[in-house]
Design a protein around this ligand. Structure first.
Ligand code: NCD
Length: 307
């Protein structure tokens, strides 16, 4: 039962609970009209202290499609945070108004903190460079649909694996399914942090390889998860400029890959995937977006006890 639960990290729900969510998301995708009233009279507070296009609109669209309503803000500048209010006080206040809170905040650990002060479920829409569990729901559902399974896959992550929270969450999410192995392609400065490689992969006996040789490993992959270099988390512009073009997926590189590769990207893309790749049938990043909305619909309906 997910009713009343928070979603802060990618392992807060059991694998069985995730299966239940994906089944529900599939039913919602098939017959959206059957679900258009289930959250009637319920209110989502959408608190975005950091920029977002997809995630915020996806949360809001999900709640509206379930018949619920949405309040909130898209810029921290318009909240009392600018007057010096603590996150704890903001959350105490908002949880008096809303039935569920979706929050994005630049500080790692902020979602966990919010969940401690909230009287309603809190959903983490990204806490700094740490985690982004609803993107993981999106990604797992996309992989399930595209590959027919979420186990026994060789998965490549490429780009900014240090600051990319979607990578941290998805790697932890996929590591729970048997037979998955990971190829981590990044410049040395942007490697996956130890809280994933040492604490998860090594402790759980999961095979992984760190490399800078993108072309060598491309032919092995079943799924390739590309990411943007996270400019906003760099301490200086020089490092960003030096690293931003480290790995670019283009048409020539796509020719090295398997015929049934699935290329995913949480978006926004900057230039790490050449536009010419968009017309390749293996490019799945725009299709991926729609799974996010159904995954979030299933999540809200479940934590509100409405499904
Ligand atoms: C990602 C994020 O915000 O972490 N985007 C998203 O939520 N779809 C990835 C990114 O910003 O690069």
């Amino acid at each position: 039962m997910l009713k009343g639960r928070h979603l802060i990290g990618p392992r807060d729900f059991s694998v069985d609970e995730l299966e239940g969510l994906f089944t529900l998301a599939g039913r919602m995708e098939e017959k959206p009209r059957d679900w258009m009233d289930v959250a009637k009279g319920r209110l989502l507070a959408s608190l975005f202290f950091e920029p977002s296009t997809r995630t915020r609109l996806s949360f809001e669209a999900a709640m509206l499609r379930l018949g619920g309503s949405v309040i909130g803000f898209a810029e921290p500048g318009s909240s009392s945070t600018t007057k010096g209010e603590s996150l704890a006080d903001t959350i105490r206040t908002v949880s008096a108004y809303a039935d569920v809170i979706a929050m994005r905040n630049p500080k790692e650990g902020s979602a966990l903190l919010a969940s401690r002060f909230s009287t309603v479920p809190v959903v983490n829409g990204g806490d700094g460079g740490h985690h982004h569990p609803t993107q993981t729901l999106t990604d797992l559902l996309a992989i399930r649909r595209l590959k027919g399974r979420t186990d026994g896959l060789r998965v490549g992550f490429c780009g900014d694996l240090k600051f990319g929270r979607t990578v941290h969450s998805l790697a932890q999410g996929l590591a729970r399914y048997p037979g998955n192995s990971f190829v981590l392609v990044s410049p040395p400065e942007l490697r996956v942090p130890d809280f994933i490689t040492k604490e998860i992969f090594e402790k759980e006996g999961i095979e992984y390889l760190e490399t800078e040789d993108f072309e060598k490993v491309l032919p092995e992959l079943d799924v390739l998860y590309m990411t943007r270099v996270q400019k906003e988390r760099f301490f200086n512009e020089e490092d960003y400029l030096r690293l931003k073009d480290s790995f670019i997926l283009d048409g020539a590189r796509m020719r090295l890959a398997k015929a049934d590769l699935a290329v995913l990207h949480p978006l926004p893309r900057v230039n790490e995937i050449a536009v010419e790749v968009d017309s390749d049938p293996r490019a799945a990043y725009f299709a991926q977006v729609k799974y996010g909305m159904y995954a979030r619909m299933a999540l809200f309906a479940s934590i509100l006890g409405a499904a």
